[in-house]
Design a protein around this ligand. Sequence first.
Ligand code: AVI
Length: 318
Amino acid sequence: MTHAWALENEFAREVRAGLSGSGQKTLPCRYLYDDVGSALFDAITCLDEYGLTRADQRLVAKHAPELVSRLAGNVLVAELGSGSGGKTRPILGQLRQRQQVVYYPIDVSRTALDRCAKELCPLGTVLPLEGSYIDGLREVAGERIDGQSILVLFLGSTIGNFEPAAALEFLFAVRQCLRAGDRLLLGTDLVKPVDQLLLAYDDLAGVTAAFNLNLLSRINRELEGDFDLRQFQHVARYVEEAQRIEMHLRSRVHQTVWIGAADLCVDFVPNETICTEASHKFRPEQLTGMARQSGFRLERQWIDCEWPFAENLLVAVE
Ligand code: AVI
């Protein structure tokens, strides 16, 4: 029998749901990002093997002038999952040459928002919103005055961490917060050779492995778990049909793990895995359909020449 107090904790509830039953065990990828996980993710973005973040930064820096020239009138900028806002600087810098900048970073992490406000406040008014992306965006839309348009930034290919149907639902929810003519700049990592992807998600220094294994440490810390991390191994797998790379934690042995706060005992057979993240990769031409299905039109697409990655400018249609 499950204790009522265990179910009050959303993390415990989701761990229980993901690790119970006889099918593929899963854990939601958003729990990878506690303080330790976020620091490890920052380290991943600096790795030679992981070119995604540098490609995103290069494209934004290179095409900010053209991007901003496509936006008419006075623009409010909202960023979903801003982190510390580093990639956004060239856009705000460009916009600042023609108007007073108002920038709304939206993030679940207060620490990231504080850092973002500190770093970007010389460029304009920074109004951080802590909470879910769609709630934050709705709030931004409520602040606009006549004649203003909204530019939403969703960079870093975070859209790839959604299941395809959920990605479309999310883009549609973004569209519902907007008016025709508003724009969304969407970063998407592209399909690339499998060897390159496997290295990007299983780097030689083991940083991605530490990032993945930290999820088990987090369960131990926060949910009274007794995972023995030495008995699990980080694995990256590319699933061709789904165009996605998956991160798994593979049990090295037969073992039983107890998670107190979820009131859960989990058995693992040797080689059984927990899937902790799926990162979908896109073909450039897919973006046209994704935009159309969610109430946008793909206006412009820029592709990096060093690391296959696309920055997609979507315009909200009637
Ligand atoms: C945040 N997200 C876009 C990253 C990705 O590439 O899917 C998360 C990540 N997982 C392992 N390395 C990076």
